[in-house]
Write a protein that binds this ligand. Structure first.
Ligand SMILES: Cc1cc2nc3c(=O)[nH]c(=O)nc-3n(C[C@H](O)[C@H](O)[C@H](O)COP(=O)(O)OP(=O)(O)OC[C@H]3O[C@@H](n4cnc5c(N)ncnc54)[C@H](O)[C@@H]3O)c2cc1C
Length: 444
């Protein structure tokens, strides 16, 4: 390939650029929102919310950017494993997971992304350019470039329009990507989109970190089967010790129970959560404001279900799928899709033909993440579907396995491998896991 163009320079776009730098003479990332100098813009407002990087996401980060964990830790991030990373269900602390299998980084998303961006900018054949992509250029059966408006004036208006030719265009424009509309304008079909309305509310606040909880990096609490997945026994929430001696704290709720901006209400929720959140609420000072965020629905665009698609075009990250953030899958999905793109390109196919092989690869990954998050969301009374086939059995089995994982390290290890996206959710229904679950629950 001579040139690859990535539309969107956030997490997925940066990973795609990293992978493409191995296959193209030149990689240009077009980013609409002031990312060129590394400053955080408004293009992905969810950046300010607490982001957890799952185990597989961390592995992929280190695969694409060797040594980055060390850099992050040297710059102030924390690395936790064993009892420094604790998960709670219905207020009860889950069984320990051995060794590093539970290892997680305590850092904010802008901090991790800044380091990733710096590493990408160090790659000689990659450049990031300010601009807003406006349309595809399609000739015959393939995408050959993009129209974009260069730069962005301080009054928000766009600069003059330009064109960029490319062998491969990558849509990394996030969940509001206009790719489908652009394709339709050119006489192609948009990918069918599956949605699940969940009406989730999120709020993040930052607290000073002193001597409290010296052995904690991450704590994460969710309602579970004992409360019918309602916040009656314990409010959902999470904390992460992050760079700059701070705690990032998130609380969440569905439908009528969504958190707002009020700092007192935020603290009240923390006090109704598990011990680590209570301790921070009682002994730490809130820095700045509570930042709420509304997440109406999970969605996935199923490119592999199309029968026609132009060559020279792929999509990554939230433009493909954007699922309930409580399960922290987005960054890991973006990284796994970049890995799939790498495998696809290494297979030697021409990028000028439709990337069916790539879309099939990512369909399996997205499907696993989607089934995990939506099967839990369907336990909420206000979520009305769509229900997948076999949902009642899956729900029943998931409840039992969750209960067993609270007390049993073996079941919890399998469970956490799925949660960290190191294993497919199907591994939870292996006979030996189900047998162990039955035994654990019978003796409890
Ligand atoms: C509240 C909340 C909490 C979350 N928590 C977690 C978590 O704990 N862990 C986790 O892994 N994930 C989490 N996520 C998901 C995560 O934020 C996303 O999966 C991730 O941001 C996807 O990255 P992306 O690059 O695909 O899209 P985005 O980060 O949304 O970036 C899209 C980029 O495209 C640019 N862009 C848009 N249009 C154009 C255009 N026309 N031209 C050029 N550029 C354009 C935008 O400026 C932006 O920079 C959370 C999401 C939310 C909403």
């Amino acid at each position: 390939m001579q040139k690859a163009v990535v539309l969107g320079g956030s997490y997925a776009g940066l990973f795609a650029a990293r992978v493409l730098s191995d296959h193209a003479d030149e990689v240009v990332v077009i980013e609409a929102d002031g990312q060129v100098d590394g400053s955080a813009g408004h293009g992905a407002p969810q950046r300010q919310q607490l982001h957890a990087l799952l185990g597989m996401g961390h592995t992929q980060l280190e695969v694409q950017f060797p040594g980055i964990t060390r850099e992050l830790v040297d710059a102030g991030a924390l690395l936790g494993s064993g009892s420094a990373v604790r998960f709670y269900v219905d207020g009860e602390q889950k069984a320990d997971v051995p060794g590093d299998q539970n290892q997680m980084i305590g850092a904010t998303r802008p901090f991790i992304e800044r380091h990733v961006r710096r590493r990408v900018l160090e790659i000689p054949n990659v450049r990031i350019q300010a601009g807003r992509a406006q349309d595809l250029i399609i000739r015959g059966s393939r995408v050959v470039g993009v129209h974009y408006s260069a730069g962005k004036a301080t009054d928000g208006t766009s600069g003059p329009g330009s064109e960029l030719e490319a062998d491969l265009v990558v849509d990394a424009m996030g969940r509001s990507s206009r790719l489908g509309a652009w394709l339709q304008n050119h006489g192609w079909d948009a990918a069918p989109t599956e949605r699940m309305r969940i009406d989730l509310g999120y709020a993040t606040a930052t607290f000073t970190r002193g001597r409290e909880l010296p052995d904690t990096v991450i704590a994460h609490a969710t309602p579970g089967p004992a409360s019918g997945y309602q916040p009656t026994l314990c409010e959902p929430g999470a904390i992460a010790a992050v760079e700059g001696n701070r705690w990032a704290v998130v609380v969440s709720g569905y439908a009528g129970h969504r958190p707002g901006r009020d700092p007192d209400q935020f603290r009240d929720r923390m006090l109704r959560c598990v011990a680590p959140l209570q301790e921070i609420a009682q002994s730490c000072e809130m820095e700045g404001e509570v930042l709420p965020y509304s997440f109406r629905e999970s969605q996935r665009r199923e490119f592999s279900r199309l029968t026609r698609f132009p060559g020279g075009l792929v999509a990554v990250g939230d433009s493909v799928s954007s699922v309930n953030p409580i399960y922290g899958q987005g960054l890991t999905l973006a990284a796994l899709q970049a890995a799939s793109l790498s495998a696809h390109l290494r297979s030697g196919v021409s990028v000028h033909t439709p990337a069916w092989d790539y879309f099939r690869r990512i369909a399996g990954i997205v499907d696993a993440a989607w089934s995990l998050s939506t099967s839990a969301d369907l336990a909420q009374p206000h979520v009305s579907g769509p229900y997948p086939r076999g949902y009642r059995f899956t729900r029943w089995a998931a409840d039992k396995i969750t209960q067993a994982s609270v007390v049993d390290p073996i079941v919890n290890t399998v469970f956490m491998n799925v949660l960290h996206m190191r294993a497919h959710p199907k591994s939870l229904t292996r006979p030996r896991v189900l047998l162990r679950t039955a035994r654990v629950l019978a003796t409890r």
